[in-house]
Design a protein around this ligand. Structure first.
Ligand SMILES: [Zn+2]
Length: 103
């Protein structure tokens, strides 16, 4: 039987009596073509090129490529941590809790 633990609180998740939640975060460089005023037909050509490229490179190369330009993060969360995560997905601290010079 697979054993899971919450990536936030490190508590084991007993999947037979509580829900396990998976958080996947894709981090990748945005491609912004808005400055280029070309027609839509060019986009189709570009997509063909990308597909051809993906077919040519093997899986290992693809992994290296993805590591450079994109990252997918995956976390298992218990129900309590899922709720906490959704309230503050980026873990940003509120300005009130910042203590720059409290000495
Ligand atoms: Zn948790």
């Amino acid at each position: 039987m697979l054993h899971y633990s919450c990536d936030m609180c490190k508590r084991p998740i007993d999947t037979c009596c509580e829900a396990r939640h998976v958080v996947k975060i894709d981090v990748f460089q945005a491609v912004d073509d808005s400055s280029d005023g070309c027609g839509e037909a060019d986009d189709f050509d570009h997509l063909d090129d990308v597909q051809e490229l993906l077919q040519r490179i093997d899986e290992q190369d693809l992994e290296m490529l993805e590591d450079e330009v994109a990252r997918t993060l995956r976390f298992d969360l218990c129900d309590a941590c899922r709720r906490a995560f959704l309230k503050n997905p980026l873990g940003a601290k509120s300005p009130k809790s910042l203590n720059f010079s409290n000495n």
